[in-house]
Design a protein around this ligand. Structure first.
Ligand code: PLP
Length: 393
């Protein structure tokens, strides 16, 4: 006799208060339609390079099917630390400073749960990845959005941050190269943010999952590599985007031994460890996968230029993305809201993208297009968007 029970009343109010992801709704509609070109998904269209897949197959043949250490295979932690040294000259200790997680998603979740006590505030520049605010709220913290302005190329300044600091502010979360804008931050901009973090004694969570995907001569700067930032930063990265390994679910966190030990406590009770097969593949990605990654990055760069020129010529004002694989055109010239634009474009032209307000209120007036799809599909999508925009005017 369960018919009369209102199950919603049994669900925690914290979960009730979190809105569903604004990305999914349009995918659900698109999934029912034919001939849809999707610029909606933030997922590489490449299959994981064969050498990486093969290492996993070989691992299985050898019988690697067990749990690993909670912190992850030592071999993988060593490769992760070696990568930080090679790329950014930062010294991390494999035994104490790194935790292998189930994607950056898990690392984000446990980083928030590790540092936020109920009521603690965390500054989150917007527009941003849809999970940031939800993870902060689920951890019992209070996410405080800080709008990043197009006038500042979607970067965040200490002045923007100062305007939102209170005596409850405990942390700052930055995510550059940025999803959804494609913005990257210069060393000077990052140093200004680091001084702000020191001034207010904040922990900084730096989500650098798109760090390998930069274009046009930009080189990613690791936040933890800035003066005084290594111990204060929880650096997050993973394999999903750069190595086309979304389904393998491997990410990692790097920080000081105390933070990593505390994160490991949550991880060991909730996750135990990341899958061994995927960890074996991740070792191969770091040892021998860079050449494949570089090839994919150069392909994304071609697509980036194609979509930037195409949407600009179609009459949409575009901020030129320098990282990740998204572009965030301004659609206000059409007279439509972000949601109207996305919905009408899907219905009339069968192109799926994501309304900008899914990434925070200040994303209103924009839409996010992912260019992690083929040149042929991007070209066809641009033609359809141009047709749509002309008919809006
Ligand atoms: N961080 C950002 C900025 C993302 O865009 C995503 C996925 O889209 C994630 C984290 C989650 O990545 P993972 O697949 O490693 O969980």
């Amino acid at each position: 006799m369960t018919e009369n029970i209102d199950w919603n009343k049994r669900i925690s109010p914290v979960v009730h208060a979190i809105p569903p992801s604004g990305i999914r709704r349009f995918f659900d509609i698109a999934a029912e339609m034919e001939d849809v070109i999707s610029l909606g998904v933030g997922e590489p269209d490449f299959i994981t390079p064969w050498a990486i897949r093969e290492s996993c197959v070989y691992g299985l043949e050898q019988g690697y099917t067990s749990y690993t250490a909670n912190r992850g295979l030592l071999e993988l932690r060593e490769e992760i630390c070696a990568l930080q040294k090679r790329n950014f000259n930062i010294d991390y200790e494999p035994k104490t400073d790194v935790l292998v997680t189930v994607g950056v998603s898990e690392a984000l979740d446990i980083a928030m749960r590790t540092i936020l006590a109920p009521g603690d505030e965390i500054l989150i520049p917007e527009p941003c990845y849809v999970s940031y605010k939800a993870c902060a709220a689920l951890a019992g913290g209070v996410p405080v959005p800080v709008p990043a302005k197009i006038e500042n190329n979607f970067s965040i300044t200490p002045e923007d941050l100062e305007a939102h600091v209170t005596d409850k502010t405990k942390a700052l979360l930055i995510g550059y190269p940025n999803n959804p804008t494609g913005a990257v931050l210069s060393r000077e901009q990052l140093i200004a943010i680091s001084r702000f973090a020191v001034k207010h004694d904040l922990i900084v969570i730096s989500d650098e999952i798109y760090g390998d995907l930069t274009y046009g001569g930009e080189r990613h700067i690791c936040f933890a590599g800035l003066p005084e930032m290594k111990d204060r930063t929880i650096l997050l990265n993973g394999f999903s985007k750069a190595y086309a390994m979304t389904g393998w679910r491997i990410g990692y966190a790097l920080s000081n031994p105390d933070i990593i030990a505390a994160m490991t406590k949550i991880h060991q009770y909730t996750m135990l460890c990341a899958p061994i097969t995927a960890q074996i593949a991740a070792v191969e990605a770091l040892r021998n996968g860079e050449k494949y990654m570089k090839k994919m990055v150069s392909e994304y760069d071609k697509r980036r230029r194609l979509i930037y020129d195409g949407l600009t010529n179609a009459g949409l004002k575009c901020f030129e993305p320098k990282g990740a694989f998204y572009i965030f055109p301004d659609i206000t010239s059409t007279g439509l809201t972000s949601e109207e634009f996305a919905e009408k474009l899907l219905m009339k032209e069968h192109v799926a993208l994501v309304p900008g307000n899914a990434f925070g209120e200040c994303g209103e007036g924009y839409v996010r297009c992912s260019y992690a799809t083929s040149v042929a599909k991007i070209s066809e999508a641009i033609a359809r968007i141009e047709h749509f925009v002309q008919h809006c005017r």
